[in-house]
Design a binder for this molecule. Sequence first.
Ligand SMILES: [Zn+2]
Ligand SMILES: [Zn+2]
Length: 355
Amino acid sequence: MELLLKGGRIIDPVSGRDESLDLYIRDGRIEKLASSVSAPSAVQVVDLKGKIVAPGFIDMHVHLREPGFEHKETILTGCTAAAAGGFTAVCCMPNTNPAIDDESVIKFIQNKARLALNGLVEVYPVAAVTVGRKGEHLAPLAELATAGAVAFTDDGDPVSEGEMMRRALEYGAMFNKPIIQHAQDTSLTKGGVMNEGFASTELGLAGIPGVAEEVMVARDIKIAEFTDAQYHVAHVSTAGTVALVHEAKVKGLKVSCEVTPHHFTLTHDAVRSYDTNTKMNPPLRSQEDVEAIRVGLREGTIDVIATDHAPHSFDEKQVEFQAAPFGIVGLETAIGLCVTRLVRTGDLTLYQLVE
Ligand SMILES: [Zn+2]
Ligand SMILES: [Zn+2]
């Protein structure tokens, strides 16, 4: 199969390229990249003037729901959504049933991903830190790393115990894998369904205070410093967390973080609609938090944009706000939101966004 992409703006941060070029592809490989490539016969030519050509994007935080919750999403439907959104690689989270806490589950996911869309979207499993994500016993991290786990997390829930986080970071460092934290002190979030603030007071809904995230991040950064290990904060949602990560980076610690499109585009005022698609964890925060996150993106404190794509079935979300599960889809809308809300606003250049 041969393909000639004419005149697209090629943005490739790995090679530092940002220019309009012709791209000639044969049998899935880039054969030629030049200002003008003439088409050999029988080649499919696509005019891409005014369009962007970038490497496939990677989403490091996706819930594929399989095994166990196939009524919400499967590896096939998740990979299809990823491909539609421009993502050719996703890291899938371990809050499946069974959890990704055993080599056999990793093999199952890898095999399914290879069959889905002929492997068009690569799936990198992120394994659980603890057995069954219960927070009681450390999962077999060495076995999981050998089987192909690219990182460890109990996402959906935090690693609550400080001792457990310490051991996870120590073992993670042995295999050069980061520990990803869904940062939340759950004793501060009991019963909460949205951000604690003016909107939650007006709506009469129980709040999840920003400090619940910040105390966990502050503790974890201390443990990451103590263990000299790689720590990653999932879905940063507050100004305070951005400040903590900034401080850790200034100190030279191996701390990184990600933000989701919904946390830099929407505030807790969106919950006034009672639309259960505005219910996610961590919740939509205040305008000040959104502003701080945008600054964090501009200044490089925030390393990654990830979707936290977390689908549910239609009927699960068609209930009262309090009863609805946390989470929304994100793979198909992420790039559009990023271009509209970060590039057109001047927060990031297109090149920075692709990067
Ligand atoms: Zn999470
Ligand atoms: Zn998640």
